[in-house]
Design a protein around this ligand. Structure first.
Ligand code: NAG
Ligand code: NAG
Ligand code: NAG
Ligand code: NAG
Ligand code: NAG
Length: 260
């Protein structure tokens, strides 16, 4: 979840659609392969890659999506529309590497700016201390995330289930957000109330990013790592390296010329 657009995604994409290796990439190390993969991915993001079920992610758009959420006294009905998220392809790899003798990899990736535009409407009741609080919003979304950075390390160990396979151990992820700029407009609120809500979201988002830091690794280990390790258990380091190289070559061959 939190590392969605970091190397983790790269790993997931890799492992879910592994191709058989037809030639020898023995001269390319794991770290170089990951870098080739990420650079090729960055180029293909504005085009998507239909053959690999990779949607266009820059911009990432959602025309309309209705939702209906119900949990205890909370009942919310609504929809999001005209969502446009841009900047997912503009990440920079600040550093990355892999040590063959310790099997430890590290990465440092930053998204300098993500912009989220769109709208949502919702109405219903929000449960506050067991009491239903009626809520009604009709909001134009205008939000920016500045310098969203992921710094992490992990070690490759032998898979628990397959002696030829891999698993990730000692995963350590930190993420940072330098700034959140919110300029939403709720048509049911006046200017002062809108400003108040926007300031609240800005401060709360930054606080949340800080407060959640100690739990990131636990959340990741609980929700993401089992699935990743399951996929990795069928791959050796050589196979994983080959996969990254081959996938990079396929994407480079697609020759995406679209500028996001
Ligand atoms: C939302 O879901 C609840 C429970 O599934 C259902 O009773 C209700 O009719 C739904 N409302 C809308 C607007 O779809
Ligand atoms: C959702 O979208 C439709 C427009 O298709 C709108 O009429 C409806 O009122 C919206 N809002 C909610 C809360 O469902
Ligand atoms: C790999 O790790 C070992 C043990 O910590 C260290 O001695 C070595 O210098 C590292 N190699 C590189 C290339 O960083
Ligand atoms: C919210 O609660 C009020 C009062 O209990 C009720 O009349 C209304 O139907 C509820 N709305 C939703 C969407 O559940
Ligand atoms: C190992 O196999 C068990 C049982 O099939 C499974 O629950 C577990 O997730 C697997 N672990 C890994 C790391 O693949």
């Amino acid at each position: 979840m939190l590392g969605k657009f970091s190397l983790i995604l790269a790993l997931l994409v890799a492992a879910t659609s592994a191709y058989p290796s037809t030639y020898d990439n023995a001269l390319i190390g794991y770290s170089d392969a990951v870098e080739m993969f990420l650079q090729a991915w960055q180029k293909i993001i504005p085009c998507g890659y239909a053959a690999g079920n990779l949607p266009v992610l820059a911009p990432l758009t959602v025309d309309f999506q209705a939702f209906n959420y119900s949990n205890g006294n909370t009942n919310l009905v609504g929809n999001v529309s005209n969502i446009r998220i841009s900047g997912l392809n503009n990440f920079q790899i600040l550093s990355g590497g892999y040590n063959d003798s310790t099997n430890r990899a590290h990465f440092d990736v930053i998204f300098p700016q993500l912009q989220i535009l769109g709208a949502y409407e919702l109405e219903g009741n929000l449960s506050v201390g067991g009491l239903p609080l009626p809520i009604r919003q009709n909001v134009l979304i205008n939000k920016k995330l500045i310098d969203w950075r992921f710094v992490g390390e992990y070690t490759f160990a032998q898979s628990a289930n397959n002696s030829n396979g891999l698993q990730i151990s000692d995963f350590d992820l930190k993420y940072f957000v330098a700034g959140v700029k919110v300029d939403n407009w709720d048509k049911y609120l006046d200017v002062a109330a809108n400003n108040f809500v926007n300031n609240f979201i800005e401060s709360f988002s930054l606080l949340f990013a800080e407060e959640i830091q100690p739990y990131v690794n636990t959340l990741f280990a609980t929700y993401s790592l089992p699935a990743i390790n399951d996929l990795l258990s069928g791959l050796s380091l050589t196979e994983l390296t080959d996969f990254f190289v081959m996938q990079a070559e396929l994407w480079n061959m697609a020759d995406c010329q679209v500028k996001a």
